[in-house]
Design a binder for this molecule. Structure first.
Ligand SMILES: Cc1ncc(C[n+]2csc(CCOP(=O)(O)OP(=O)(O)O)c2C)c(N)n1
Ligand SMILES: [Mg+2]
Length: 316
């Protein structure tokens, strides 16, 4: 039996793509809450905040085979932030790589879904994350390696704003531009938060866009919880092509890698968690899980009603 290949959806009507990704993001949020409830804690806020990004990647941008995660022709999604694994498991379940029923094993002994992402445990997990600041270096090496093999797969590296404090991230950024890795896209979840508090208070990394541009990257900055904006940025980022002449040096246009800077909100979609202090590793009381689910559904239903009303108005 040949495994089915999911293709990037850039050719489909934009409204249809947006609606499909929004629905996928909602299911990812539901999966993340479910996994958090099983454990009673976890990096739920990050998963909710990044759900729109993960949905855009898996439901719209990547070429891959859900039942054959090692397929050589696949686009690669590299999660450098091991603690965001809960979000990626939700996306992999949504994509069909992991059975939805398996999500309840999250964080348990013997599970394929440990709290921090491990490539040897989980199908579809390309790298072991957690030692922050290494994802982009691996992505650059992988992009170079694939190019040497004549493989034009796209490589997307998801990193957090905390990882911009790491020198290795900037070494990799310079390397990606120097080698003109146009098939490489970095996606930064700028949730303005780190383990020790607000990103701006730990180490001032702004103006982030200028820094990436100075390294020779094509830069897009969007509201990372706006699916339409994400799709436009990802489409533009993915249109980059490879240039094999290293001597050409970094610069705009063909051959420049792209970065999509995504401003997101921790806990997005669940007001109780959006406003929570100590959001890096949330402790959620037993009785609060039901409230979280209710708030998520209420927000989603209200949003669906608004967009249906808008659709009716546009037709009238
Ligand atoms: C090299 C390294 N240094 C420190 C840590 C400890 N650590 C784990 S998560 C984290 C916060 C990093 O910032 P970010 O990913 O933006 O946090 P979040 O948005 O998830 O709160 C830190 C410092 C680590 N995992 N790796
Ligand atoms: Mg952060």
């Amino acid at each position: 039996m040949t495994a089915s290949t999911l293709e990037p959806r850039a050719a489909a009507p934009f409204q249809e793509r947006r609606a499909a990704v929004e629905a996928a993001a909602h299911r990812i949020r539901k999966h993340a809450l479910f996994m958090g409830e099983v454990q009673g804690q976890g990096y739920v806020g990050q998963a909710l905040g990044a759900a729109d990004i993960l949905a855009a990647v898996y439901a719209d941008q990547l070429r891959f085979r859900p039942e054959d995660p090692e397929w050589e022709g696949r686009d690669r999604f590299l999660l450098s932030t091991g603690h965001y694994a809960i979000g990626l498991y939700a996306a992999l379940a949504e994509a069909g790589t992991i059975p939805v029923e398996e999500l309840e094993t999250y964080g348990s002994d013997g599970s394929r879904l440990p709290m921090s992402g491990m490539s040897t445990y989980t199908p579809g997990m390309e790298i072991s994350g957690g030692s922050l600041g290494h994802g982009l270096t691996v992505a650059v090496g992988l992009a170079l390696g694939l190019r040497y093999r004549g493989n034009s797969a796209r490589i997307i590296n998801f990193l957090s704003d905390g990882e911009l404090d790491e020198g290795s991230t900037w070494e990799a950024a310079m390397g990606g531009a120097h080698h003109r890795l146009g098939r490489l896209t970095a996606v930064v979840d700028i949730n303005a938060l780190q383990a020790d508090g607000a990103t701006a208070g730990v180490l001032r990394t702004e103006p982030v866009a200028d820094k990436w541009a100075a390294c020779g990257w094509r830069v897009f900055r969007v509201d990372g919880n706006d699916v339409g904006a994400l799709l436009e940025a990802f489409d533009a980022a993915g249109s980059g092509s490879e240039v094999t002449d290293d001597a050409a040096g970094p610069g705009e246009g063909s051959g420049a890698p792209a970065v999509v800077l995504c401003d997101t909100k921790v806990g997005r979609g669940v007001p109780l968690l959006e406003t929570r202090e100590k959001a890096h590793f949330m402790r959620i009381e037993e009785h609060e899980w039901a409230i979280c689910s209710e708030q998520l559904e209420a927000g989603w239903n209200a949003r669906q009603e608004r967009s249906q009303m808008k659709g009716r108005e546009e037709k009238a």
